[in-house]
Write a protein that binds this ligand. Structure first.
Ligand code: PEP
Length: 253
């Protein structure tokens, strides 16, 4: 059974005390997670070590970095590598968020290298894909997302792919308050799974968690997560509000 995951993406928000308080408030209300449910906090790098301590090994609760460098060490001032993250207990890394693609010019080819770096370190990449508004309006979102998957993931072996979590995030729905309808989300998630099945076989495709991201909140999480191919969410704005994110965790199937 594939994992159902509620992943917070705090982006570049909160000071140290605010981060600590938010995590405390969410952990205080954390429901008992089943074996196939996970909660992931993708938070600013500077707070990761503290968050690892705060979580203290609660099962199925993890922290994630929001990015990493494709090399494991070297003269890359200001960068942080996957092995550095795992040395402080961080074994999930978000790769290819649309904000990284847009503001830091991260290409599919670079993201393939970053996915490799995360996997080489035995960590879990949360690989983001998704189309901009113009592509959705042209009706070519499937081809667009398929190309992202082919370019950044399809060099992986089946064993490697099984370690990847995919987050489908239509750019027009991120931070805009505009959510894809549950039908739109289901349609493209099913398409993504079919693309994976064509390349890797249905058995492997069925085991990959595909999260939806784009203005997920307490009010729409239950309906989105009840779609058969939606395995949870990557949540930005609503993950900064303890009551909202707690309700989203509770919406996991
Ligand atoms: C995100 O940051 O990945 C995201 C989906 O943001 P929001 O939930 O605010 O749309």
């Amino acid at each position: 059974m594939r994992k159902q995951i509620a992943a917070a993406n705090w982006k570049m928000n909160l000071n140290q005390q605010e981060a600590k308080d938010l995590l405390t408030n969410i952990l205080d209300k954390l429901p008992k997670l089943t074996d196939n449910q996970q909660v992931v906090f993708s938070i600013p790098a500077i707070y990761l070590s503290n968050a690892v301590q705060q979580i203290g090994g609660i099962s199925n609760v993890f922290v994630a970095a929001q990015n990493c460098h494709q090399n494991s060490n070297g003269a890359f001032t200001g960068e942080i590598s996957a092995p550095m993250y795992s040395s402080v207990g961080v074994n999930h890394i978000v790769i290819g968020h649309s904000e990284r693609r847009e503001y830091f010019a991260e290409s599919d080819v670079l993201l393939a290298e970053k996915v490799n770096a995360v996997l080489a370190n035995n960590s879990t990449p949360i690989f983001c894909c998704g189309e901009p508004l113009a592509i959705r309006e042209a009706g070519t979102q499937n081809a667009f997302v398929e190309t992202q998957l082919i370019n950044s993931l399809f060099h992986l072996t089946p064993e490697q792919l099984l370690k990847v979590v995919i987050a489908y995030e239509p750019i027009w729905a991120i931070g805009t308050g505009k959510t894809a309808s549950s039908a739109q989300a289901q349609e493209i998630h099913a398409f993504i799974r079919s693309v994976l099945a064509t390349k890797y076989g249905a058995d492997i495709a069925d085991q990959i968690s595909i999260l939806y991201g784009g203005s997920v909140k307490a009010a729409n999480a239950v309906e989105l997560f009840s779609q058969p191919d939606v395995d949870g969410g990557l949540v930005g704005g609503a993950s900064l509000i303890a009551t909202e994110f707690t309700a989203i965790i509770n919406a996991l199937q």
